[in-house]
Design a protein around this ligand. Structure first.
Ligand SMILES: [Zn+2]
Length: 136
């Protein structure tokens, strides 16, 4: 795992909590914020965005990841995800994030008790499928 300083973890957690404050979740009422730390020190955040057509909802992690790519950042050190309960990314988000590297540190920020869990994406998505599995 790329080493993360306590300061980076704190900075990411704050950014994820801040992004969570902008979540649009009128249906589930489950607000989630995510913040990505790029390898060159940029912080890019996202929040979940729901829709009356439920299947169009998009998770905070994929919003942040898409924003990072759109801003020109494809190499990431870590992503923090803030929610009540400190839930781990859904399967779709694990796969989406894995496109940009399985060695991504994941920080799960639990707003219920303030705890944080740090792990690697490779731990959350073992035996993953990726571009190398496709014919060249
Ligand atoms: Zn998701």
């Amino acid at each position: 795992m790329a080493s993360l300083s306590d300061q980076e973890i704190e900075q990411l957690a704050i950014a994820a909590v801040d992004a969570r404050g902008r979540a649009y979740a009128p249906y589930s009422h489950f607000d989630v914020g995510a913040a990505i730390l790029t390898n060159d020190g940029q912080l890019i955040s996202g929040c979940n965005v729901e829709n009356a057509s439920f299947s169009l909802a998009i998770c905070a992690e994929r919003v942040a990841a898409s924003a990072a790519v759109a801003a020109g950042y494809r190499e990431w050190k870590a992503v923090a995800i803030a929610s009540a309960g400190g839930v781990a990314p859904c399967g779709a988000c694990r796969q989406f994030l894995a496109e940009f590297g399985l060695d991504l540190a994941i920080i799960l920020v639990n707003l219920n008790d303030g705890s944080r869990r740090v792990c690697l994406l490779s731990q959350l998505l073992p035996d993953s499928f990726g571009g190398a599995d496709l014919p060249s």
